[in-house]
Unconditional design. Structure first.
Length: 460
């Protein structure tokens, strides 16, 4: 059974929009981050006297690693704040990668700060290097706010451990997600030690003011975008489950009704974090893409059962209340720069591609969709895709395994045979990481510039 949602005035209006590519602010943001780090280095240099011995050098290194760790810690939280300029223009997956990288650097700098500082203190006290552990205990019990900082550091190490690749793959998503939220507590606990024990802030009142401003701004953004904005969205639109429909074995569509949902600001290609207020699902929030353009009274997601949460969606009953956060993601029409577009979907990556196939501006012959699945039975939403292709004069292709299990050839040569002018297309790509990487390499081999391959990862 299909939920066919093709057409609709809102969707048709979307197809008539002019192509207005929006540049990503990523480069400007990275430049600003670098400027901030340079400012931290300048603060350290300004307040560092002439160093004449090894103890001074070790303590100086401890100070600079601590300052940089404090700066990066604020950025780590900023990257969790769901700020629209980041989520919708840079892209949620890219911000998530920045967050993971910043987190690794932060933990490394924190550990270096602890070891170097305690080593320097031990030398000042005339203790051997082997007494660093004893010096650490004495400092934690004697210096102001260092006890809270020690707890915060322990939380950071726990978060780093559960986020490591091998551990992360063995943990359930909900466990990882809720442990990750402890980042807020860790940052709060370590902040006060920076102010009370940091020599740079004691001698530079302007630096202390800036530090309060940095952390205060980040806190305000978190409260606004992660708490107040979702509350306002859900009170205004009052979403509920309208129906749950099986598309293919293991894949279901959930239709979500509400008030004036077309004013929620969502675009085809974006996703929300969904929380279904049903028994056993109230404390789980998962990201799922829209599989159709938003309608005034209807949103739709299409999900493959690959985990506990996604498997339970088929059990939802009409009337179940829905709590949503979003929209997020930058895989939208704003990325487009050319007249012709190739959409490539792998597996359940078809969901944002189906919405874009319906709504991307384009004349007959401008749009092509290539859908990769294991078999024809796994081609979810195929009837809808065929209807959209007929109505829009678009090209629809699929690539499935042969009866003996051989995978189809998606190589530079095969792409050029099927789409001779593929190098003059914009390409939107969504699918599992391995699939996305292989298709990306094939597209580059076929002459498509990297700047015109737009993709977002499933791993959020």
């Amino acid at each position: 059974m299909s939920t066919t949602l093709a057409g609709g005035r809102a969707a048709r209006r979307q197809t008539m929009r002019r192509i207005r590519p929006r540049r990503s602010p990523a480069a400007a943001l990275l430049l600003a981050v670098g400027a901030g780090a340079a400012g931290v280095l300048w603060l350290w240099w300004r307040n560092t006297p002439s160093i004449a011995d090894d103890t001074g050098r070790i303590l100086g290194a401890g100070r600079i690693t601590g300052l940089l760790a404090g700066y990066l810690m604020a950025l780590v939280v900023l990257q969790m704040a769901r700020v629209p300029a980041l989520e919708r223009r840079v892209g949620s997956d890219r911000v998530a990668r920045w967050h993971a990288m910043s987190g690794r650097y932060t933990i490394s700098l924190v550990l270096a700060h602890i070891v170097l500082t305690m080593w320097g203190y031990a030398l000042q006290a005339g203790r051997p290097v082997t007494d660093i552990a004893r010096q650490t205990v004495d400092s934690v019990t004697q210096l102001p706010d260092l006890g809270k900082a020690a707890i915060g550091t322990g939380l950071l190490l726990l978060i780093g451990l559960v986020s490591a690749g091998g551990v992360r793959r063995r943990l359930g998503y909900d466990t990882w997600y809720h442990v990750h939220l402890l980042t807020y507590a860790a940052v709060f606990l370590t902040f006060w030690h920076q102010i009370s024990d940091g020599n740079d802030f004691a001698v530079e009142p302007a630096a202390k003011t800036f530090w309060y401003g940095l952390y205060g701004t980040v806190t305000a953004l978190v409260l606004w975008y992660r708490v107040l904005t979702p509350v306002r969205l859900n009170l205004r639109h009052r979403m509920r489950v309208e129906a749950v429909i099986e598309e293919t074995p293991g894949i279901v569509s959930v239709l979500i009704s509400g008030t004036k949902l077309h004013r929620i600001g969502a675009e085809a290609g974006q996703f929300f974090r969904w929380r279904f207020l049903a028994p056993g699902m109230r404390f789980s929030s998962h990201p799922y893409s829209l599989s159709a353009a938003p309608r005034p009274g209807m949103l739709r997601i299409t999900v493959k059962a690959i985990g506990d949460h996604s498997s339970r969606l088929r059990e939802l009953t009409p009337g179940t209340r829905v709590w949503a956060e979003g929209p997020y993601g930058a895989l939208t029409a704003q990325r487009r720069s050319r007249g012709k577009v190739l959409l490539v979907a792998g597996g359940v990556g078809i969901t944002p591609m189906r919405a874009l196939f319906e709504t991307l501006p384009g004349a007959a012959g401008d749009l092509t969709l290539l859908y990769r699945a294991n078999s024809t039975q796994d081609l979810a939403l195929w009837d809808e895709l065929a209807t959209i292709a007929d109505e829009r004069g678009a090209r629809l292709m699929y690539a499935v395994n042969s009866p003996d299990g051989e995978r189809p050839d998606i190589s530079p040569e095969s792409l050029q045979r099927k789409i001779p002018d593929v190098d003059r297309h914009d390409v939107f790509l969504c699918g599992p990481p391995g699939f996305a990487q292989s298709v990306y390499e094939a597209l580059r081999g076929a002459g498509v510039p990297a700047r015109r391959i737009h993709h977002e990862s499933f791993e959020m």
